[in-house]
Design a protein. Structure first.
Length: 558
């Protein structure tokens, strides 16, 4: 009696369960890790958004912001739920990667145990590869994991259509998923190009027959590109308006960056949250022209052997297409970032399985070898997640690998401040000032670290220097706070008065003034100041605690 090689439904269920269990084990060290880096600029960390409805949060990237809004409504600013949701999305993406790669293997003529083993390996490698950790453990990179969920979903619907010409329901499904992907992150606009490449390689007649999909999707993609251009014009860190990075310099640099991404896929060492990667100002800087020639040579080989190695050829061109939004001519301040590999990762998997399926080895040896690769990948990912769970360790790792870049030192100092390591933070802020000119942001954080290290006079001096650069209520209120801690109440009140003139709605002015009044016995005045702060921000816990203390003293004095 013959047995079918096709998996049963419960095989898929067990595989999905195993993926969830393994993922949450590997990413476990980061689940309770605090918010890091750009996480602190997300809406749930901004008091302005906390009492606002969903429509205020979702003014850009609506689906992404809706997910943060739901997280906040359920868990406040406890990081666990945010990290958990990222890992959940990552598991779903790994399952979709299995589904997509399995279909491509079938289209390339692969069947039986080889197809299943390689497809499972591809999904598992997507799940466990250490280069993926930045996209998953970093809450701000949910834009990657969430947009790719819809992107891969659209690709899977397209691949699994039952006829050469896509049906109307399938076309609608692809269009809806494409729209969801673009509304989560703009890089998904390249999907139409990938679908055209797919039809060209696997179903040339389908390009004309699928007009009912390509016509609306290209129109939608064009509108999305217009939206992307609008976003770039308003962005301080990306777009053609960047002062110190032209489009051609960025392109020259990307000729080199692409090779780094490929190297980190094959040999995932030197992973770093903040790479120090020099810009190629000309085509000859850092050998950019040599890397370009290498890419052209690979492209020529991929084209020449497209019939013998269809998956690898398609995967190479697909990789370049999916990387293009971040690694071509649109300048982005950070020229090398690991999470940019998350979208094109599935194409690298296709290259991998195309070569593996030609390996003349038995099933047992194949499974054992691939299992060992996955074990190594999972171990390395676990180690990266241990760093992501400890910001000070994460940024110390970045400082070790990028010692001449100011930002890792700055972020390490901030993490050390959060951990109460004030003296160490001061030393790293000093290093930052040696690596780049001190701006107001550095001076403020440096002053807070010095105040924490009981160097208050020096801290006040730095704040005064910051105030000379750009007078602000924030700076003057901090000066007032530090004078108040020293018991120099008149100087404190003068600084707070200057802050109020600059911004009478800055709540911390009234918190610090309330503290001054408490210290001088003006309890009723203190209560009034705390109440003013609460009227501006009802969620200000310091003001709430101060008002409670003042009211207790008022009741005790009656």
């Amino acid at each position: 009696m013959k047995t079918s090689n096709n998996p049963k439904w419960w095989h898929y269920a067990l595989g999905a369960l195993a993926a969830f269990l393994v993922a949450f084990e590997v990413y476990g060290p980061a689940l309770n890790g605090p918010f890091v880096y750009d996480d602190v600029y997300l809406p749930f960390m901004n008091p302005y958004y906390l009492d606002k409805p969903l429509k205020v949060w979702a003014n850009v990237r609506p689906l992404l912001m809706a997910s943060y809004w739901i997280n906040y409504r359920q868990s406040g600013i406890e990081p666990y739920a945010y990290h958990w949701f990222n890992v959940f999305l990552h598991v779903l993406n790994s399952i979709l990667s299995y589904v997509v790669v399995r279909k491509f293997l079938a289209m390339a003529g692969e069947s039986g145990w080889m197809r299943e083993v390689l497809a499972i390996f591809a999904g598992a490698l997507f799940l466990l590869h250490p280069i993926q950790t930045e996209s998953v453990a970093y809450v701000a990179s949910r834009s990657e994991t969430m947009s790719i969920l819809f992107f891969l979903g659209a690709l899977a619907v397209f691949l699994y259509r039952k006829t050469t010409a896509i049906s109307v329901p399938a076309a609608i499904a692809v269009l809806v998923l494409f729209g969801l992907a673009c509304s989560t992150k703009e890089h998904a606009t390249v999907l139409p190009v990938l679908l055209l490449l797919t039809d060209y390689y696997w179903n040339p007649k389908g390009i004309k027959r699928n007009w009912k999909l390509y016509a609306p999707i290209l129109i939608g993609g064009s509108l999305a590109v217009v939206a992307v251009i609008a976003v770039l014009k308003a962005s301080p860190s990306a777009g053609f308006q960047l002062k110190n990075l032209t489009w051609y310099q960025y392109l020259f640099t990307q000729f080199r960056s692409i090779w780094v991404y490929l190297r980190m896929y094959v040999l995932p060492v030197g992973l770093n949250i903040d790479h120090d990667f020099t810009t190629s100002k000309t085509i000859f800087d850092q050998g950019a022209i040599g890397y370009l020639i290498g890419l052209l040579a690979l492209a020529a080989l991929a084209w020449k052997y497209r019939h013998q190695y269809p998956l690898a050829s398609y995967g190479f061109f697909g990789f370049l297409i999916l990387l293009a939004p971040t690694s071509s001519v649109v300048p982005i301040q950070d020229v090398l970032v690991e999470h940019r590999v998350y979208l094109p990762f599935v194409c690298l998997l296709l290259i991998t399985v195309d070569f593996l399926r030609r390996w003349k080895v038995g099933r047992g040896a194949m499974i054992a070898t691939l299992g060992a690769v996955l074990a190594v990948a999972g171990t390395l990912s676990y180690q990266r997640n241990e760093l992501w769970g400890n910001p000070a360790a994460l940024w110390q790792d970045a400082v070790n690998k990028s010692p001449n870049k100011a930002r890792p030192h700055f972020q390490l100092a901030y993490a050390q401040m959060q951990a109460g390591q004030c003296q160490a933070a001061v030393r790293n802020y000093e290093t930052v000032a040696k690596l780049e000119p001190a701006d107001q942001s550095l001076l403020i954080d440096w002053a807070l670290a010095e105040d924490c290290a009981l160097k208050t006079d020096s801290a006040i001096g730095r704040l005064k220097q910051a105030a000379q650069m750009t007078p602000s209520a924030h700076v003057y209120s901090l000066i007032g706070m530090m004078y108040g801690k020293q018991g120099r109440v008149p100087e404190s009140l003068d600084a707070l008065a200057a802050a109020e003139k600059l911004d009478p709605k800055y709540e911390m002015i009234f918190v610090y003034r309330g503290n001054d009044y408490l210290s001088t016995g003006n309890i009723s005045g203190a209560a009034a100041e705390f109440q003013r702060a609460i009227s501006i921000n009802p969620l200000n816990q310091v003001a709430i605690n101060g008002l409670s203390m003042a009211n207790k003293q008022l009741r005790a004095n009656k």
